[in-house]
Design a protein around this ligand. Sequence first.
Ligand SMILES: Cc1ncc(C[n+]2csc(CCOP(=O)(O)OP(=O)(O)O)c2C)c(N)n1
Ligand SMILES: [Mg+2]
Length: 311
Amino acid sequence: MTSKQLAWLIRRHGVEMTHLSGGSHIGAILSVADIMGVLYTDILKFDVNNPEWDGRDRFILSKGHAGASVYAAIAENGFFDTEELKTHYQNGSRLSGHVSHHLPGIDFSTGSLGHGLPVAAGRALAGKQNGVNFRSFVVMGDGECNEGSVWEAAEFANHYKLDNLVAIVDYNHMQSLDYCNNTLEVEMIKRWRGFGWNIIEVNGHDHGELKSALINTSNSENKPTVVIANTVKGKGISFMEMDILWHYRFPHEGWEYNCAVNELHKVKPEGVIDPYTPNGCPETIAQPENCRHTVSETYNPTYYTREVESK
Ligand SMILES: Cc1ncc(C[n+]2csc(CCOP(=O)(O)OP(=O)(O)O)c2C)c(N)n1
Ligand SMILES: [Mg+2]
């Protein structure tokens, strides 16, 4: 499977999983879909028949609220049946809303932001101490970089020259209810530079740029690497792009679901079959003209419930 095919499937599964469960975070899933698509096709070393293989690259999706993206990526790689994705976020499912390690292919649970980098750094150090050749990857949100533990780990990684550690920041300038610069802004490049990291900046939706940044992160100064991936929250579904409502709202039955699916169908890569709606959705329910939301509207909890009519 190509990275573009996988990224498309991650988006399509993400829409279905949040739609079926009434779960959140579709904007965060769409934001990181290209990063995950590239990682799980061209970058990470793993063995689907031996998920605990010692030589595997370690991976943590630290922005664990986008768990659907890693579930879709590993299911599409054969770690478990893609049918199980439909149970996401539902009672009794192994696929909890935030990332669970009770699945083959995942060995660290996340959801409480700020813990991925510390663990990834510890693993990178362990790899060096034990002489095992792997890289330790972590994907974080930019809002997550408000957490103090991120910077403690950044300092640690620099001190120990963990050049086998790769952090990727999904830099979409938004967090859950507002833009990052209205919440607690991190001057991303300056900050990582100050902590002594090797910095690579890319377009986080350009697969070529992501691949060339991630394929080889070794550097002459043995620094840990951070890839600052410039992204758009909600990427790929126009009415969700940079609309903060879609951090928590899921695609409701009606135009939201239909239009989301149909937009994805317009850019479906050759060779991919949509497992849910192979021919897209009926175009009988049009998208309303003004369907964007202000930040203050996102504080209204009724926007997130099943009962409320789409705007
Ligand atoms: C420690 C902690 N505090 C608060 C939250 C609630 N929370 C969930 S997602 C989120 C916003 C995260 O924003 P960002 O890291 O930028 O991720 P994005 O969704 O934009 O990719 C917050 C604050 C949490 N999960 N963990
Ligand atoms: Mg963000």
